[in-house]
Design a protein around this ligand. Structure first.
Ligand code: C5P
Length: 238
């Protein structure tokens, strides 16, 4: 079964409480990103956990291995199920994150690697001195992450089928998570997302976790919107 994660792209604790109350039982998994985390600190993770919800902590860590290792230890203690790092931090950093997470045993947060931010284009890679074409760079970073202990990647739903083909064999039997934002139900406002897919398309192509923000949070009836996406995901996998 694929998971539906709602992006808590709200500024503060009061807005979180309002969103949790609005969505109630319709959603049990939330993504906390940098905006909310830097505003409210780790207590915001505890608040969402105490409401009985699951947490994806999207801080995209990128630092020296020792610092990332220690940050992941702090994250593990918060009870987040998923946490992000940048694959471009290199293999020692990826390994340090994975090893620190593993210390939490059955409660270990899964470490997900961001390959290339979707805000970057080929010109940005050139500026950074990366000579590979974007798809090859995404694939290389995905492989680096999976072969150094990461549990999965974050990618566009347009890349997820190709990444499934490459990363599942590379994981040699370990399960791999494929987290995709950029999901839009047919007819929903696209907003600033460019490379989008429907919920059904994303799960059929191998997404294990769909991150959805505005199509639920800004819907006239957020509960109905969340339930419709969930139903579309389940129908696609039936
Ligand atoms: O509102 P929307 O459904 O576009 O929200 C998607 C969420 O996923 C946001 O929190 C956004 O920051 C995040 N995200 C994204 N595209 C990426 C990586 C993360 O939209 N490539």
């Amino acid at each position: 079964m694929a998971e539906l994660i709602v992006a808590l792209d709200v500024p503060n604790k009061a807005a979180v409480a309002k969103t949790l109350a609005t969505l109630g039982d319709a959603v049990d998994f939330y993504k906390i990103g940098l905006e909310l985390f830097t505003a409210e600190g780790p207590d915001i993770v505890r608040l969402v956990r105490d409401a009985g919800k699951r947490v994806f902590l999207d801080l995209k860590l990128h630092d020296i291995p020792r610092t990332v290792e220690r940050a992941v230890r702090s994250i593990g203690g918060l009870g987040a199920e998923l946490a992000t790092i940048h694959a471009s931090g290199g293999k020692a950093m990826i390994r340090a994150a994975a090893d620190a997470a593993a210390e939490f045993g059955a409660n270990a947060p899964k470490i997900l690697a961001v390959t290339c931010l979707t805000s970057l284009d080929q010109g940005d890679l050139d500026d950074l001195g990366v000579s590979r074409a974007m798809p090859a760079q995404v694939e290389a970073l995905g492989l680096l992450a999976i072969t150094n202990g990461a549990d999965g990647i974050v990618c566009s739903p347009k890349e997820v089928a190709a990444m499934n083909r490459v990363l599942i064999p590379a994981a040699q039997g370990r399960p791999v998570c494929f987290i995709t934002p950029g999901v839009r139900p047919a007819g929903a406002a696209v907003g600033d997302q460019k490379r989008i897919a429907t919920p059904a398309g994303a799960v059929r192509d191998g997404s294990t976790h769909l991150v959805v923000g505005r199509p639920i949070l800004e819907a006239p009836d957020p509960v109905a919107a969340a339930r419709a996406i969930r139903a579309e995901m389940d129908a696609a996998l039936a």
